[in-house]
Write a new protein. Structure first.
Length: 307
């Protein structure tokens, strides 16, 4: 298990070791969350690298990653705990067959650790010889407000109260990362318990650095043109602007095709790796992609002449 970073610069290096290119603002809030033992709430558009933060922290710090993927209808039995009902019924039947009449003792037995099934949140609060784990609560905005309210005890006191069992408190605070795509607003009560950061789309320089780290096989010219093209279409009126994840998917697809530079036909044939809605693909295919490429190449030529 690695030591927590001692400075913001160390945090930048830690994330870079996991091939995550972070700007200083993001590195700062990650550093503070680690040093202060506070949950970290990351909001931003899909595909900008929020979930990856938790994965990289788990990998670089040598911690176990526990992921709770949120969805509509998520409840306590799926997220926190449930009882092994089959085992409990068997214990009751055996007790009846043996003539056990001490109901209090039987109740203590069937609601003991032996029959407790730990789900992600309770697992994250349990002792771990490898150190406190990284708990990723992913896409919290997909759940309802009732479940969000249940999380308040976990995020503030790092504990869960089970009516039949008692309170389970973490012996060491887990590293908690909560993500949201902001399809709905997260309640202020939950936000108050977290450090907050909006993860935005990267600028050209940082996205190029990300591409070089994650897709090193892409030729230098192709990488520059991919980033320039993606940066340009993010300003267009699209239903879903491509995130960094789509940039990397597109780069991987182009590498598989042995591309060394972009051209209109190649862009048209591979837009499905970058854009995920047919209306957006059609908008780019209707001469728009060629116009953007022409502008990119003209700008690159101008820079070359200036040098």
């Amino acid at each position: 298990m690695a030591q927590l970073p001692a400075s913001i610069d160390d945090t930048v290096k830690l994330l870079a070791h996991g091939e995550y290119v972070a700007d200083r603002a993001l590195a700062t809030v990650v550093f503070l969350a680690l040093r202060m033992g506070r949950p970290l709430l990351l909001e931003g558009e899909a595909g900008v690298g929020k979930t990856e933060i938790a994965k990289v922290l788990a990998g670089t710090l040598g911690r176990r990653l526990i992921r709770l993927q949120c969805y509509e209808g998520l409840d306590v039995s799926s997220a926190v705990y449930e009882w092994n009902y089959a085992g409990q019924m068997m214990a009751i039947r055996l007790a009846e067959a043996e003539g056990v009449v001490d109901r209090a003792r039987l109740e203590d037995d069937i609601f003991s650790e032996r029959y407790l099934v730990r789900r992600p949140l309770l697992q994250a609060l349990s002792p771990d010889p490898a150190g406190a784990p990284v708990l990723l609560i992913d896409e919290l905005d997909r759940t309802d407000e009732a479940f969000e309210a249940f999380l308040l005890e976990v995020l503030s006191d790092f504990q869960v109260t089970i009516p039949e069992f008692g309170t389970v408190k973490a012996p060491e605070k887990p590293i908690i990362v909560v993500t949201s795509n902001r399809t709905r607003e997260i309640h202020d009560a939950l936000k108050r318990r977290c450090l907050y950061h909006w993860v935005d789309y990267p600028d050209t320089e940082r996205e190029l650095a990300i591409l070089r780290a994650k897709a090193p096989k892409a030729p230098a010219r192709l990488s520059r043109e991919i980033v320039a093209f993606v940066q340009a279409i993010r300003s267009q009126d699209l239903f879903k602007v491509p995130g960094v994840a789509e940039t990397l998917d597109w780069a991987s697809a182009l590498v598989e095709l042995d591309a060394v530079a972009l051209d209109p036909a190649l862009v048209s044939d591979t837009l499905g790796a970058l854009l995920k809605y047919q209306d957006d693909i059609q908008a780019m295919q209707a001469g728009k992609a060629k116009a953007i490429l022409d502008e990119i190449k003209a700008e690159a030529t101008g820079k070359a002449r200036a040098v």
